[in-house]
Write a new protein. Sequence first.
Length: 264
Amino acid sequence: MTLKMIYQTKDQDGDIEVSELDGVRSLHFGSFAQQSAMSLKNPDQLELEYAKAMMSWLLFHEIGNDDILLMGLGGGSLAKYILNHFPECRLEAVEYRSAVAEVAHDYFELPRDSRLNIVIDDGAHYARERLNMQREFYQIIMLDAFDSQGIAESLCNVEFFAMCKTLLKKEGILVVDLWNNKMQFKQLFSWLGGLFEAKLLLLPVHGTVNVIAIFFHEDTPVYSRNALKKRAIQLEKKYQLPFKRYLKEFIAYNPNFIDNVTSA
């Protein structure tokens, strides 16, 4: 099949395009790289492997009546998945480009749900303003604000990540799509590893340049690996995501960090 362009627009930050190929609708920002993707046959499921891996934090927290912050909305895949599967949670999504948020609603079936609050703002400005009102608020913060060049420039500093940590509850979790960008990865990893005192796990995403990093705040428990294995089986059966593989890879890829987070 040939690539079909179904929508194109431009804002002050560049091109926004929606394409379809082989039953998959994709969001692009002026290049072939997929920012978000949705199966037309199964629109409520996560399509991209990195997006599935972004949900690997479910191994470590049983979501309930929680507040979640998503930095970077894109096509809304993660927001839609969380809203559909976890009816008790509330979700705040910060997106810099208003046109992107409209595309998420119009072309990627992101619902207009009372539990979803979309804020059009720069992520760093939002975090700073939020800290003026409230601290230790979010159970989960998910940072997915990357493009083909790496993390958004305003977020690429230790002060921003320190604000994210302060916004987390003491038992909270920060999930970051680091991208294996040699220019940024080492610096980002250094900042975040220091802020969270090496309570972290890395999960490379097969066949991509994505590396999902999970950072655990000071009061998160030490997780029993036997309990995690049982939980992975339950989660995989319920959500059809490869949690058993994620757990094996967390253990295999993190020999220097796994004992900071789990016990044998």
